[in-house]
Design a protein around this ligand. Structure first.
Ligand SMILES: NC(=O)c1ccc[n+]([C@@H]2O[C@H](COP(=O)([O-])OP(=O)(O)OC[C@H]3O[C@@H](n4cnc5c(N)ncnc54)[C@H](OP(=O)(O)O)[C@@H]3O)[C@@H](O)[C@H]2O)c1
Length: 252
């Protein structure tokens, strides 16, 4: 099976996201950090959500130093986020922003890499909480703000093991299959009734902390840096992808 990417040679306009408000989860590190910086560099006001405040502050400072629009910062640990805390967040954002133009679900945890027969239930639950349940809560409670935008985009982050199952990838792989399913269900519900489009995106092997943990024997620099895979992240977030929904993309 082949998956689409951004159109060949895609060059996003410098002002692609001018005036848009975009929330990125896991914005403090890895691919989420690169996406937050790329979105801000293309004009978006980025809401940086993550669990480690110091990392978010560094991204905040980098956006300001580059002359990007002033970001917002939300420290929230998705492993312990409750429905009340997410409702509180949604209400706070609604007071500050009239609408939300984009939501990049990027934060995930890898969890245990071991056979199902020896997997722990606690490890399973943590992965499902961060990678699936928190995505539901954020989507569910931010949807009104997304629907208030002229054309909003939700991007779910997938993985190769969320499209073809693989031994020892356990809860992580299952959580990514759930993510693909969530994308399809939501896209189908919104297709004819809403201006919110919904797609999934598999970044592919990328040189981040998660990849280095999953493949300790690999030479990290054999994989692209997060900032080198941003074309499809930009394509799906900006208006160039209006009308595209319910599809599973690859970043490259
Ligand atoms: N890198 C790859 O090769 C690859 C391949 C396929 C798919 N992906 C997917 O791409 C996405 C980004 O991965 P990455 O490689 O950039 O991973 P990463 O370097 O581990 O970064 C993950 C980000 O998510 C945040 N996060 C984790 N748990 C969280 C929690 N409980 N609450 C809030 N934030 C949390 C992390 O925060 P801290 O910095 O505070 O830990 C970090 O900023 C993930 O969905 C991953 O599954 C990556």
């Amino acid at each position: 099976m082949t998956y689409p990417t951004a159109p060949a040679g895609y060059r996003p306009a410098p002002a692609l996201l001018q005036g848009k408000v975009v929330l990125v989860t896991g914005a403090g590190d890895g691919i989420g950090r690169a996406a937050a910086l790329a979105y801000a560099a293309h004009g978006a006001t980025v809401i940086l959500l993550g669990r480690t405040e110091s990392k978010l502050e560094q991204v905040y400072d980098a956006i300001e130093a580059a002359g990007g629009p002033k970001p917002a910062l939300v420290t929230l640990d998705l492993a312990s986020a409750t429905e009340d805390s997410v409702i509180h967040l949604a209400n706070a954002l609604a007071e500050e922003f009239p609408h939300l133009d984009g939501l990049l679900h990027n934060a995930s945890v890898l969890g245990e890499r071991r056979p199902i027969e020896s997997a722990s239930y606690a490890g399973w639950q943590e992965v499902m909480q961060v990678n699936v349940n928190a995505q539901f809560l954020l989507t569910r409670h931010l949807l009104p703000l997304l629907q208030a935008a002229p054309a909003a985009s939700i991007i779910f982050t997938s993985s190769g093991v969320g499209r073809t199952g693989k031994a020892y990838w356990g809860a992580y792989a299952v959580s990514k299959f759930a993510t693909e399913g969530f994308m399809q269900v939501l896209a189908s519900e919104l297709e004819n009734t809403s201006r919110v489009r919904v797609n999934s995106l598999n970044p592919g092997a990328t040189n981040t902390a998660m990849r280095r943990t999953a493949y300790p024997a690999e030479r990290p620099t054999d994989n692209p840096a997060p900032e080198d895979i941003m074309a499809t992240y930009l394509f799906l977030m900006g208006d160039d992808s209006v009308g595209v929904t319910g599809r599973a993309f690859n970043a490259r």
